[in-house]
Design a protein around this ligand. Sequence first.
Ligand code: NAP
Ligand code: GDD
Length: 321
Amino acid sequence: MDRKVAFITGITGQDGSYLAEFLLKKGYKVYGMVRRASVDKYERIAHIMDKIELIQGDLLDQYSLISALKKAQPTEVYNLAAQSFVPTSWAQPVLTSEFTAIGVTRMLESIRLVDPKIRFYQASSSEMYGKVLQTPQTEETPFYPRSPYGVAKVYGHYITVNYRESYDLFAVSGILFNHESPRRGLEFVTRKVTDGVARIKLGLQKELRLGNLDARRDWGFAGDYVEAMWLMLQQETPDDYVIATGETRTVKELVQVAFDRVGLDWEKHVVLDPAFLRPAEVDLLIGDPAKAKRQLGWTPKVSFEEMIRMMVDSDLERLSQ
Ligand code: NAP
Ligand code: GDD
């Protein structure tokens, strides 16, 4: 069989770095799309830079996508690039739509033009469920997004389904619930907490300012979730899947696990700051991964507690150097 070739947008992000590692282990030739910047942002992929090939391109620029696909000639495209931080989507709603919504159409159109046999993965999100209409959330649960980011992801989801139905593309949408790791961006709540806990433990900071402690999320480990992306593209027929742990926890529980790891009392350090409240909140997310388990044979391996401890330990080590 010919060698499989993957093209990953968002390879410099959390998921892109884990997916690239995973696909290299499977023997893939891996190309990553990167946008031009005045300084390099290759921290998450520094350890595999000699094994992957980077091509410049931007989801805002259709021609760059077409030429990148022509160069890489991939068998699989993983579209992970997006403006992915929910609060920024209120500050930059138009740009968020351009990247996170219309960017998906640009990528699908490029695939149609260059090679319609390419298998396509779209990084959809549990944020699409927003003000949830059913609990737990499944592939059948209607969407009710609560942020410009969530609205943009709903568009990305449906344009993927539409191109599958209109043009018979092998296009799938993975509805992934929150997934975290030591490589998570510092502004997301898990990493903000584990980094803050490590700083407080090391005497570098005294308090940790947070918003809504009552929000509930279904948090899994990013390393487990990239396997599900790959599995979706190995099936006989394209379909959409919820990827989740099936458990939910509050931000307060997350804070407790992280402070417990270093033997500190969270109530002495956490300060509630209205600046981190959102114009509209997603109160509760909990996914039902039964379909992924049944059809893909996928189950998460790392527990919530293990993951948060792993993140605290990693931040302690990094900040101690
Ligand atoms: P992330 O760490 O924020 O990475 C986002 C990536 O997108 C970065 O590589 C970024 O590149 C790239 N990017 C942004 N705008 C771009 C553009 N216009 N053109 C090209 N590249 C662009 O996100 P993540 O956590 O890995 O998530 C990956 C994907 O899954 C995203 O689409 C996200 O919305 C979705 N998702 C994430 C979760 C989660 O819990 N992590 C859950 C559901 C869905 P730079 O390095 O240049 O900024
Ligand atoms: N970021 C942040 N900072 N969130 C806070 C804070 C804070 O100081 N305090 C409380 N929270 C709450 C938020 O209000 C939200 O309810 C929850 O913590 C999780 O916030 P984030 O970690 O920023 O993630 P998110 O759920 O908004 O979005 C992430 O998950 C989505 C999947 O459901 C992102 O990765 C999205 O890209 C992804 O699609």
